[in-house]
Ligand binder design. Sequence first.
Ligand code: HEC
Length: 397
Amino acid sequence: MWGSIVSEWLGLIFRWLHVVAAIGWIGSSFYFIHLDLSLKPSADLPEGVQGEAWQVHGGGFYRIVKYLVAPAKLPDDLTWFKWEAYTTWLSGFALMVVVYYLDAELFLVDKSVLDLTPLQAGLFSFVSLLVAWLLYEAACRSGLAQHELPFAIGGYLFLVLLTYAFTHVLSGRGAFNQIGALIGTIMVANVFLTIIPNQKKIVAALLRGETPDPRLGKAGKERSVHNNYLTLPVLVLMISNHYPLLFATRLNWLIVAIVLALGPIIRHFFNERHAGRASPWWVWGVAALGMIAIGLLSAAGPRGGQAGALSTAPTYAAAEEIILSRCSMCHAAEPVWEGITTAPKGIRLDDAEHIHRNARLIGRNAAWASAMPPGNVTEMTAEERAVIAAWVETEVR
Ligand code: HEC
């Protein structure tokens, strides 16, 4: 029992830290992108200044100027923005270990997708994170990333391919988290290994009175642009575990493919707008179509095979029998599943009253999607899901 209580609280602490750090990181990065794009030239700016911006916040006015390379004399105090990114990764990885690696049997593996041991799934997850990042890094260093559009399209296809692979190795929920973690890792590595070190080298060169290598700034900028466009999809992937219809339906990988395309398009709208150019309003039309497509795709039914004609009539009695034999070992007042001490999320499915009350949730998690049982540990069949789906139809409208 203590093991599951400790992991619950560790999960909460890491998640809290992760969310706060990510808000700090993404907030400051959106802020700087906006600031950068909104700088305007003006007559009385000091030497070497590209432009200035005026802002009002918290009762005061801010006049911000940006030096293209650096001011003639560097200030003693220089604020660096890096710990938000590092903390986001460290807390995120710790959370991933607690939720997905230590509970791999429930959340990372789905035996109806691929019969892996928790150790195999954990290794697959960790190694694929590393390999994907190395491939990205190699592509950037080889100069490929300088061809922006082909690189963006290639990168997109690479991520879709990985998503397809992950959804055919891991559980749907594990796969969505994996692709999100992978993109997040690339983003943080960009800060840790390129953006900050290059900036440090630039500062050091300036302090020595030398002209910094322009390639340093250019590489840093390139990685910042990648991070900017990757932000929105990562966030959807990170909260996707609350939405069974996204991750546990048959065409889940196509849903990710759409999310990966929509995020950058939406960022494009704001980038154009903040730069003072004409706002590309068409973006919202595309985004709306994309969301409709996601909604339709999420109705494709649960993963794990299609049921043929039902051999049982979809009565409440038939549904109850299935739920009692597939769900109630965990979702009971006193669960009997090892490692589960109280009914998960407070949801009991051990008598008629509770089953009726939770009909809609049962539908979303186990009939229209296959999020429950987690990892299909109690081996629910496609036919059983279809029986439950037909019963839920009679119960909720
Ligand atoms: C092996 C134990 C286990 C079994 C079996 C199981 N569940 Fe769950 N269930 C869980 C856990 C653990 C969670 C919490 C998941 C999380 O932390 O996100 C959960 C969460 C849920 C939720 C809440 C989801 C939400 O929106 O937060 C529902 C509904 C649910 N299960 C329904 C079912 C149904 C229906 C079945 C049977 C078809 C089932 N469960 C079988 C362990 C189980």
